[in-house]
Write a protein that binds this ligand. Structure first.
Ligand code: URA
Length: 215
């Protein structure tokens, strides 16, 4: 597994306002959207392309286009939905599949409650959207799910990550021979005893959508 913390002053600037408890929901949503687009630029560095011949107004030339099958973007419900538009801005022709996962707040383990994904992901590059890599349980379960369906390259985009979650992913994915990359705006200090990232930004789903959809 490769972890890429994107070090850029604009990302740090937007992330600081995102973290601030005084930031209201509309501003939080807009910043999350902008941050994902910036992270997506780094996350798609290895997106597969194929050669294409075109003619400019001046001369024939060869360029590239996204290869087939098109990449698959997988937001993890619910908070990952707040990252979808920011991702699709860069990859408008990608397909989207959905994975609903919920974390048991006592055991901190994740389980799947919904999925809308192709049965066969052979040869697909998958981009998983999950704002908070905290314990790593949700992301490990999502990656297992995609690998079991044949995905052969997985990149997870997370607004924030915790060292404990990255360590768990390293352990859980030790036997997985599909390349996995984590792209994040920051590696925070630690988790607290409720599994929240410190300093973090609180509950990403609640900050995006309010507490009506919390379990
Ligand atoms: N999920 C969140 O929304 N926030 C955290 O800090 C950890 C998990």
């Amino acid at each position: 597994m490769r972890t890429h913390v994107v070090d850029h002053p604009l990302i740090a600037h937007k992330l600081t306002t995102l973290r601030d408890e005084g930031t209201d929901t509309p501003t939080f949503r807009r910043l999350a959207d902008e941050l994902v687009t910036l992270l997506a630029y780094e996350a798609t560095r290895e997106v597969r392309v194929s050669a294409v011949d075109i003619t400019t107004p001046v001369a024939p030339t060869t360029g590239v286009k996204l290869a087939s099958p098109k990449p698959l973007v997988v937001p993890i419900l619910r908070a990952g939905l707040g990252m979808l538009d920011g991702m699709m801005r860069l990859l408008p022709t990608a397909e989207v599949g959905f994975l609903g996962m919920v974390r048991n707040e006592e055991t901190l383990e994740a389980s799947t409650y919904a999925e809308r994904l192709p049965d066969d992901l052979s040869g697909r590059q998958c981009y998983v959207l999950d704002p908070m890599l905290a314990t790593g349980g949700t992301l490990a379960a999502a990656i297992d799910f995609l690998v079991a369906r044949g995905a052969d390259d997985i990149t997870a985009i997370c607004l924030l990550a915790a060292p404990e979650g990255c360590a768990r992913l390293e352990r859980d994915l030790a036997g997985v021979d599909v390349p996995v990359t984590i792209v994040t705006a920051a590696m925070d200090e630690k988790l607290n005893d409720k599994g929240y990232i410190v300093p973090g930004l609180g509950d990403a789903g609640d900050r995006l959508y309010g507490s009506a959809g919390s379990a």
